[in-house]
Design a protein around this ligand. Sequence first.
Ligand SMILES: [Zn+2]
Ligand SMILES: [Zn+2]
Length: 354
Amino acid sequence: MHRIIMGQLCGSSIRGSWDGFWDRCSRFFPCLADPARRSALGLKVALVLLHLIFVGVLFIFDEDLVGQTKRHPWYTAIYFLLLVATLAQYFLTSCTSPGYVLDAMRAVSETDALVRRTSVTSKQPASSKNGNVVITVDRDHLERNLLLPHANTWTKLVMDMYPPGSSVRTWTCSYCNVVQPPRAKHCHDCDRCVLQFDHHCVWLGTCIGQGNHCRFWWYILEETALCLWTGILYISYLKVHISKAWWVDVIMILLLVTLFISLAFLVLLLLFHTYLILTNQTTYELVRRRRIPYLRGIPERVYPFSRGVCRNLYQFCCASGTQHKMERLPTAQELEEKSRPYTCLDVLSCRCCC
Ligand SMILES: [Zn+2]
Ligand SMILES: [Zn+2]
């Protein structure tokens, strides 16, 4: 009985001191108080640790590599540069906004308010070319906008991108209560509508959309290169030191197998996203093609938003992070033109490229 009471007292005192410690930590680092931000931070710490383990184990056991570093420091310097660039790209991608519909809406409101103030009636609320809309976002002004009075401007702007006669209700997000432009989707993890929604990446802790898809692709490329290089270093070590100490071999082989699985996954992911970029599609559009209303009825091999490989690539690489680009739906005539079968003349004139 006495032992039980002592145990309970001990447990409550440990819990009390832990709560006190946690309160102090939360006061110094406010982000720790929010469970979502805490798990995102945990994920980032785990990622850095994972990279450090794979590289650290190599440099601890491989004496030849240490010797080679002394003889040719540039080789290891480039390797470490790739490691730092990959981690930097990871943090940059996860911190970049995927392009939220609400931000685009605010930008439209801001531009519209500016146009009204200067009484230049000839200007449009956003620059428009071929029915697509590019909105330049000045983030300093975003907080000082009047969103609701300009909701009609936004609705009109978005509804012009859909075929005539489309219902506003069909394209209104029931969670955000905003009219979604084509290719936007509500993310339940982020609880916001994302422009050109690709997928919600658990690894990065953010959505991949119009604003950060390019950075995401570069991150996969860098991670693939790093994984490949590290794998080669592991294989080089095992070729020379395979029977030196069995427990070291077990650790190295286990890490090499993990690297190989990660590499296979990364290469497939890189190829898949390259294909999506070249055809101007998103993962969501490809996977849910039959469920997305504006893609229903379009033949499988027709990419409705594609403007040719070169232009798709240019648009993907050179789109500014400060702009929100919204694409209108193609007309029936454009779709018919895209679904026209390829002829020898089309191949010679590189129809798929331009
Ligand atoms: Zn939404
Ligand atoms: Zn999301």
